[in-house]
Design a protein around this ligand. Structure first.
Ligand code: CO
Length: 496
């Protein structure tokens, strides 16, 4: 291996292995029969080992180091080399004992968490979670950080984001959103009861497919299936899949999870195929990924314009359920703000308080300021303080999310910054295309998608998240865009 083409070949090989793991992972969540799980775990772990070997191969490291000082490369090539070298150096930091210990702890913790949630008994999960937190504290030291150990964890998902940045973001959230939500809760109530009638599974499914088509999701390069928890995954820009969940007693569940995952998938479909297997053929970060799903879910999918176009078709599918419901009623109900227990069912405002609580807890755990055994009590206190709700059980409280059982710490804040990026990007798209809302009202989302393609998707990892944001909007991530969007939208809905 001695030149750029050798690098490209090797990098693609690593991607081929990783994408094959993704196919097996997708199958596991959607189609695999129960008895498939034993050997599937083995197959995935073999591929993970091969991927790790390829990613830390000594010759590959030498090649990357040589190419990193090669002046004859163009800027895209240099960008690929620099990002691959960074990933290589990071992989090298992990000893195989750490990887093995991590995989054992996670698989154990996941089983314990499932059981604990089922039995509503946190103590079943406590010791596994304690071990996982200790492992992450160790990992922060392995990876290194400048100011705060939690930075090392954040960086896994959102390169460049620091604990200091997140503290600032959440102080804005607290200062603005907490009193704003209080004002809403004192104003008139919105009726959303019509969501909770019987809506047949098959008709909902068909409508979801229709929504994805309206968003310009390409079914020749993707498909939708059912899964217990909706997700999107990709094997290349030409095969990018989504899943959804249909609840016959709650129409909103399918609609917005479908649009959300569709937004993620559109990002992957917009990556340039010519960059497959290289960093420029990858998405930037979880925060930017989430900005794409949230932009479609909230800024588009919960707008009056979107429903002025799509509501007639929904109503024709469910004439009995929606005969007395106007498009305005439907829109308002889609934006009903109501503090609740479960993050994934939260509205787009209280959602960030759910994330804030998890962030405060994770940070304190990594700092060693709180103990895992005290989590249920801390959780319940915080839910009372920020959302004003009483948590009736740990299953509906501290045990609700899967992330900690997978050992994912540093992940939650990307949900919130994704929403804030979405507001900033959508605002810019409207400035550059003053007709945008009118187009959405006419059922035409092509220009919006083209704008996202050109400014975000097609670039892959060419820029870091903050640089991309600056290039698009002229400034770094700024909370004011989300704040303005919220004030404008909800003042009208709630006549504040
Ligand atoms: Co998402």
């Amino acid at each position: 291996m001695n030149n750029y083409n050798d690098y490209v070949k090797h990098s693609k090989k690593i991607t081929d292995v990783n994408m094959s793991m993704a196919v097996l992972g997708w199958d596991q969540e959607t189609k695999m029969p129960k008895n498939g799980s034993r050997f599937r775990a083995q197959q995935l772990s073999t591929l993970a080992e091969i991927s790790h070997e390829l990613s830390t191969n000594k010759e590959y490291g030498n090649l990357l180091n040589n190419l990193n000082s090669d002046d004859s490369l163009n800027s895209d090539q240099r960008r690929n080399i620099s990002l691959s070298l960074k990933a290589f150096n990071k992989s090298k930091k992990y000893k195989s004992e750490f990887i093995i210990e991590e995989s054992k702890l996670v698989s154990n913790a996941f089983q314990k968490w499932r059981l604990a949630k089922e039995k509503n008994d946190f103590s079943i999960f406590e010791s596994s979670l304690t071990k996982l937190v200790d492992l992450r504290i160790k990992e922060c030291e392995i990876l290194g950080y400048e100011n705060h150990p939690y930075d090392a964890l954040l960086n896994q998902y959102e390169p460049g984001l620091t604990t200091n940045d997140v503290d600032k973001i959440f102080s804005n959230v607290k200062e603005f959103l907490v009193p704003f939500i209080k004002r809403i809760s004192k104003s008139n109530k919105i009726n959303d009861s019509f969501y909770y009638q019987k809506y047949s599974h098959n008709k909902q499914w068909d409508f979801g497919i229709e929504l994805l088509k309206k968003m310009e999701y390409n079914f020749d390069s993707g498909r939708q299936d059912l899964s217990a928890h909706p997700f999107s995954t990709h094997f290349s820009p030409e095969d990018t899949r989504v899943t959804t969940r249909v609840d016959e007693d709650n129409l909103s569940e399918m609609i917005w999870s479908c649009i959300h995952e569709g937004g993620h998938a559109l990002y992957e479909q917009g990556i340039l195929s010519e960059n497959y297997g290289l960093p420029l053929g990858e998405t930037i970060s979880l925060g930017i990924h989430e900005s794409q799903s949230r932009l479609w879910e909230n800024n588009v999918g919960r707008s009056l314009e979107f429903w002025k176009y799509n509501y007639e078709s929904l109503k024709s599918i469910f004439p009995n359920q929606l005969s007395d419901v106007t498009v305005d009623d439907f829109y308002k109900a889609a934006n009903n703000v109501k503090p609740s227990l479960i993050r994934t069912n939260a509205d787009e405002l209280t959602y960030h308080l759910h994330v804030l609580i998890r962030y405060e807890i994770e940070k304190a755990l990594i700092e060693g300021k709180i103990m895992v055994k005290d989590l249920p009590e801390i959780w319940n206190l915080k839910y009372n303080e920020y959302l004003g709700v009483e948590v009736p059980s740990d299953a509906l409280g501290v045990l609700q999310d899967i992330h900690w059982s997978h050992g994912n710490f540093g992940y939650f804040p990307t949900y919130t910054i994704g929403s804030f990026y979405a507001a900033q990007f959508f605002n810019q798209a409207k400035i550059e295309n003053p007709n945008l809302l009118k187009e959405i009202e006419d059922g035409n989302n092509k220009n919006l998608l083209n704008w996202l393609r050109k400014n975000i998707h097609n670039n892959g990892k060419r820029l870091d998240a903050d640089k991309l944001c600056e290039k698009i909007s002229g400034e770094k991530l700024n909370f004011k865009y989300f704040k303005e969007y919220v004030i404008e939208k909800y003042s009208k809905i709630y006549s504040l």
